[in-house]
Design a protein around this ligand. Structure first.
Ligand code: COA
Length: 268
């Protein structure tokens, strides 16, 4: 198994395209149903790291190449060679990349265009919003390979859909349809396959017009709040609210409302 820390990053497995402040990141291994090997994770990490600090990027969309898969999981041929140590390294690396996505401070939409299995379901869950095409299928099938999810699947799934459904998905490992995933709260919206891109583009556009500081604070407050008690979480919300109140964008947003005109947010 290659040492990911010394991995030479060549962008071949992940494509990125910036248009109107929306960065579309496409996992691009269609022959392997976009399975996440270490090279792909390293490229994804690199792109998210750059996007986080680039003022030209307001919103990120993550999707999969081709019509069949979003991401069909961690690469099983790499998983097959792991031992206890390299397995833990692989899980830690995957978790660190998905943490970067969840905490990048900008809205990230998963456009789930097909299979979202194992690491694919975990990648979608690290995003802030999930829109699925009606052919998408979700699952944590790791149990069928003799392992458990290592990129957050036992934890983010439980937080999203509750313990009972999470147990069901993690223990049985069966696939769940897009419609059921929506009923369970695993996805925000399901649309016909042909409408996925337009739907996600419209959502991204709406987010790109919104106030970036407030978006970042909302993401942060929700993420942090899940990790602590209610009082601490509410205290954090008070501070985040104060930061928003000091922003130029709050002045603009409230003035625009009172002057009955659309707001033009600057990100300050
Ligand atoms: N890792 C590595 N390769 C994968 C993969 C994964 N997670 N998922 C699919 N592939 C590869 C297949 O090996 C195959 O490669 P090949 O053409 O070189 O043999 C190719 O992608 C196409 O997959 P295939 O299984 O032929 O497609 P299918 O339509 O018959 O089945 C799935 C689709 C998603 C049901 C099936 O590929 C699958 O079960 N994948 C593994 C899902 C999984 O367990 N994920 C968790 C991993 S921890």
């Amino acid at each position: 198994m290659p040492d990911f820390q010394s991995f030479n990053i060549i962008m071949t497995n992940v494509l990125s395209q910036l248009e109107n402040r929306v960065l579309t990141v496409t996992i691009n291994r269609p022959d392997k149903l976009n399975a996440l090997n270490q090279a792909t994770l390293a490229e994804l990490s690199n792109i998210i790291g750059d996007a986080k600090t680039d003022d030209n990027v307001a919103v990120i969309i993550i999707t999969g190449s081709g019509e069949k898969a979003f991401v069909a999981g961690a690469d099983i041929s790499e998983l097959a060679t792991t031992n206890a140590n390299t397995g833990m390294q692989f899980a830690q690396f995957g978790q660190s990349v998905f943490d970067e996505i969840e905490n990048c401070g900008k809205p990230v939409i998963a456009a789930v265009n097909g299979f979202a299995l194992g690491g694919g379901c975990e990648l979608a869950m690290a995003c802030h919003l999930r829109v699925a095409s009606d052919n998408a299928k979700f699952g944590q099938p790791e149990i069928k390979l003799g392992v458990i999810p290592g990129f957050g699947g036992t934890q983010r799934l439980t937080r999203l859909i509750g313990k009972g459904r999470s147990m069901e998905m993690n223990l049985l490992g069966d696939m769940v349809s897009a419609v059921k995933a929506e009923q369970w709260g695993l996805v925000n919206l399901v649309v016909p396959q042909g409408e996925l891109q337009a739907t996600v583009d419209k959502m991204a556009d709406q987010l790109a017009q919104s106030a970036p500081i407030a978006l970042g604070m909302a993401i942060d407050a929700i993420n942090r709040g899940l990790e602590c008690g209610l009082n601490e979480a509410l205290d954090y919300e008070v501070k985040a609210f104060g930061i928003c109140c000091a922003s130029e964008d709050k002045k603009e947003g409230t003035s625009a409302f009172l002057e009955k005109r659309p707001a033009q947010f600057s990100g300050h």
